[in-house]
Ligand binder design. Structure first.
Ligand SMILES: Nc1ncnc2c1ncn2[C@@H]1O[C@H](COP(=O)(O)OP(=O)(O)O)[C@@H](O)[C@H]1O
Ligand SMILES: [Mg+2]
Length: 256
């Protein structure tokens, strides 16, 4: 498949107490068009920083990031980020929230687009509701609809389901796969949930502790829909988990 996103030799450091804090070190990652890449790693290893650099919200200290071969130097409509909190505007209805990013288009077209994406995420009946009237899972669906309405080429998801209960989370994971099916959107997602990574990812990127480097990239060669209870699924979760266990706990056997 064609390459969509390329992260090449990206390092990032921040000034810190007179010195510098190295957060990312020489990250190389190529993401194919329509691929779902999921990043896992310890808290503080630089996952959000990497997404922010791809989003153009921050600039790498060295290295480059390109989208379809064009360097990313600022935020743009071709990339949208989804966060753990939905960040909907509380004084607007759900449909107005979703249509909000479509300023400049005629009102009828904005509403039609917003309805299309609310329908895609199963929220058609709630377009007149306000964010406070929705559950956490529904709000996150609305946030996904809002992100998709601007038709981004790359969706950047930073622990989007981290605050949801496990059953809601499973529904939303299927929603993500449905979005990929319908819209062919390329996705880079950060999670601390290894099951989620194995369920969703075409490839899983395992990052080391800060300064974050790529320890391993694991292609998940399981068909879809994936069976969370299957032995093959468990093989992948163990394989990823092994990166995070202390030596004495590394008792899982697997064959590469
Ligand atoms: N703008 C910033 N200025 C200074 N330090 C930062 C900034 N953003 C992130 N950091 C630091 O970089 C490290 C990695 O942060 P982050 O990317 O949020 O980690 P993760 O998402 O993997 O938990 C943390 O130590 C954090 O404090
Ligand atoms: Mg983070």
């Amino acid at each position: 498949m064609a390459e969509k996103l390329r992260v090449e030799g990206v390092s990032k450091s921040f000034p810190s107490r007179g010195g510098t804090l190295s957060v990312l070190e020489h990250i190389d990652l190529s993401v194919a068009d329509g691929e779902i890449v999921v990043i896992v790693g310890h808290s503080g290893c630089g996952k959000s920083t990497l997404l922010k650099n791809i989003a153009g919200l921050e600039r790498p200290t060295s290295g480059s990031i390109t989208l379809d071969g064009t360097p990313i130097t600022a935020p743009g409509p071709d990339r949208t980020m989804i966060f753990q909190e939905h960040r909907l505007l509380p004084w607007m209805t759900i449909i107005d929230n979703v249509a909000f990013g479509l300023q400049g288009l005629p009102k009828a077209e904005r509403l039609e687009t917003a309805r299309h994406y609310l329908d895609l995420v199963g929220l058609s009946e709630f377009e007149r509701a306000y964010p406070a009237q929705l559950s956490g899972g529904m709000s996150q669906r609305a946030a996904i609809a809002r992100a998709l309405a601007t038709k981004p080429e790359v969706l950047l998801l930073d622990e989007p389901f981290g605050a949801l209960d496990v059953l809601t989370k499973m529904d939303l994971q299927d929603e993500i796969l449905n979005v990929r099916e319908c819209e062919a959107t390329t996705m880079v997602m950060v999670t601390h949930d290894i099951d989620e990574a194995v369920y969703l990812a075409d490839r899983i990127v395992v990052m080391s502790n800060r300064p974050g480097k790529i320890e391993e990239i694991v292609p998940v060669e399981l068909g879809r829909p994936r069976e969370r209870g299957s032995a093959d699924f468990a093989w992948y979760t163990k394989r990823i988990l092994n990166h995070f266990l202390k030596p004495r706990e590394k008792k899982f056997d697997y064959v590469i």
